[in-house]
Design a protein around this ligand. Structure first.
Ligand code: HPA
Length: 270
């Protein structure tokens, strides 16, 4: 894999993706941050050597390089999910490439359901810790030790200093930013009532279908990583309503300006 990562990074460097400091991964329904970026270069995923092959959803997936909050950033507009049929190594391949390009910090976003019923849809949650319910690890393959440690320490997978900064920025801007535990599932089906109950008992505040694999790899690569969740639905097993996916995506879009504020102010401080 090492050679492939280098080839992909070389391709991007030749396209002008020079020494970005920060990587940003935009989650479902959270693409508008791109409008805030002074774009210098962009490449569609389908044109990037060794990137996972695009599915229909990823027709528009692209990697963007530019200035944001006074820093050089590289943004993944669209991410890869297990539920699309990618494996964990494919999903996390782009993170390895961003690290090769030189990023030191990774900011992630996602949409998820609130299992902590004190949290309401449309609100934001800073991920403090996670529970991997995806049944696998992006590090469980032959040769992983060539890319970093095998037994990666997950005692503090989300960067504490950056999380503190985000909390200060949120309170300065009067934004309600919860802090909690994110459980990752494979999907794409939503959870049953019994599964929501189980996830809550396990200690999670939110449940979604992404982020954890990338965070594990970011920790292997010693990147400073943080993730913000937009809560798009309230998962009350005793009062569960039929799910409305367009509504979830729309809600993510409504909460997005707050997330953009957090990331933008954070980057100026990093
Ligand atoms: N479960 C899993 N993923 C989700 C949910 C959910 O309830 N809401 C948004 N993404």
């Amino acid at each position: 894999m090492i050679n492939k990562i280098k080839e992909t990074a070389d391709y991007l460097i030749q396209k002008g993706f020079e020494t970005p400091e920060i990587g940003i991964v935009l989650g479902t329904g959270l693409g508008k941050l791109i409008n805030e970026i002074e774009i210098i270069h962009e490449v569609e995923y389908s044109n990037i050597p060794h990137f996972p092959e695009a599915t229909v959803e990823f027709h528009k997936g692209k990697l963007v390089y530019g200035n944001f909050g006074g820093k050089k950033v590289v943004v993944m507009q669209g991410r890869f999910h297990l539920y699309e049929g990618y494996n964990l190594q494919e999903i996390t391949y782009p993170i390895r490439v961003l690290e090769k390009l030189g990023i030191k910090t990774l900011l992630m976003s996602n949409a998820a359901g609130a299992v902590n019923l004190n949290f309401k849809k449309g609100e934001l949650m800073l991920i403090d810790d996670h529970i991997n319910l995806q049944g696998g690890s992006p590090l469980a393959f032959k040769g992983v030790e060539q890319l970093g440690e095998r037994f990666v320490d997950m005692y503090q997978p989300y960067n504490v200093e950056i999380n503190k900064k985000l909390e200060v920025i949120a309170s300065k801007n009067n934004l309600n930013l919860h802090k909690g535990v994110y459980a990752s599932v494979i999907g794409p089906q939503l959870e049953t009532r019994a599964e929501y109950r189980m996830i809550k008992i396990l200690g999670a505040d939110a449940v979604g279908m992404s982020t954890v694999p990338e965070i594990i790899v970011a920790n292997q690569l010693k990147l400073k990583a943080v993730a913000i969740t937009v809560l798009t639905d309230e998962c009350d097993p005793d009062n569960l309503k039929p799910i409305n996916i367009p509504e979830i995506i729309e809600l993510a879009g409504k909460a997005e300006p707050n997330m953009i504020t957090l990331f933008k102010e954070l980057i100026t401080e990093l």
